[in-house]
Write a protein that binds this ligand. Structure first.
Ligand SMILES: Nc1ncnc2c1ncn2[C@@H]1O[C@H](COP(=O)(O)OP(=O)(O)O)[C@@H](O)[C@H]1O
Ligand SMILES: CC(=O)N[C@@H](CCC(=O)OP(=O)(O)O)C(=O)O
Length: 253
């Protein structure tokens, strides 16, 4: 089945959603009936945690980013590009869709090490300014792309890319609308109340005081960068925002 999308949209699915079969079924059923073909970029951090722990490896994060030594990469790649990607394809197929499962490489993105201390964590190559012809052609055909956050460089080295960074970078290259779907309904303030609209000044205040932390800090910063570069708002929300587009937190610059 092919679908029509307008305007182009990148939706990032957080790893916690992968452990919620009912929500995933609902999400792909809605997609199948919606005549839209967003690019889905997914994480899978929770699966990586459990795979690494099962192998007896220590899970270590710095500012929300996983320290990814080469000896952990088989687990990381297996959990993200294998298990999580194929699990999502399964839900899409069951909903009557014909997804194409990809890594960031096929879309034309190239990565380099972010810092020696983080091992194989990937940073987008700054010279990377356009998507591949394959991506353009698949998007023109309105194919449903399900993209894991594993990237490569031109030497064939693999990288663990934070999925919020990957989605933001892809949205920027495609000039697409960006939605970051996660396991909370919105970004919360110091009173645990959802924030409808988040400014850069308020983000700094809430980050400095630790109210926004860990994975959410990475997400909000990626959303701000994307909003700045795309000159359009970015939404952080729970699953509900796929049917209630006004829910969640809007990031504008
Ligand atoms: N201010 C905040 N508002 C909402 N969630 C927050 C906040 N600060 C930290 N978090 C945490 O961030 C988590 C979402 O980030 P993360 O686990 O990385 O999500 P994902 O897997 O969707 O990328 C929430 O489940 C919550 O525990
Ligand atoms: C470098 C880095 O931190 N990579 C992430 C990639 C997966 C991810 O981002 O998953 P979520 O969307 O579920 O958080 C990780 O290994 O957890």
């Amino acid at each position: 089945m092919s679908m029509v999308t307008s305007p182009l949209s990148v939706i990032k699915l957080g790893g916690s959603l992968l452990q919620q079969p009912t929500r995933l079924k609902q999400l792909f059923n809605e997609l199948a009936h919606s005549n839209t073909a967003p690019v889905l970029v997914h994480g899978g951090g929770a699966s990586v945690d459990s795979w690494l722990s099962a192998m007896g490896y220590q899970v270590e994060k710095v500012d929300g980013l996983r320290v990814s030594p080469q000896q952990h990469m088989s687990m990381i790649v297996g959990a993200l590009a294998g298990y999580a990607n194929k699990q999502l394809m399964g839900y899409a197929i069951a909903a009557g869709l014909q997804p194409i499962g990809l890594s960031l490489y096929e879309l034309g993105l190239r990565y380099q090490p972010m810092s020696p201390a983080l091992g194989q964590v990937g940073l987008l190559n700054p010279r990377d300014t356009k998507t591949s012809e394959l991506a353009v052609s698949l998007l023109k055909q309105h194919q449903l792309l399900i993209v894991s956050c594993i990237g490569f460089d031109e030497q064939g080295q693999w990288y663990n890319v934070n999925a919020d960074h990957a989605a933001a970078e892809l949205a920027r290259l495609l000039q697409a609308q960006l939605t970051l779907v996660t396991d909370v309904e919105a970004v919360f303030d110091e009173y645990q109340q959802p924030i409808a609209r988040l400014s850069a000044a308020r983000l700094k205040q809430l980050s400095d005081s630790g109210v926004i932390n860990g994975g959410m800090k990475v997400k909000v910063e990626a959303a701000f960068d994307a909003a700045k570069q795309l000159r359009r708002s970015v939404r952080i929300c729970g699953c509900a925002c796929l049917t209630r587009p006004e829910s969640g937190t809007v990031i504008t610059v």
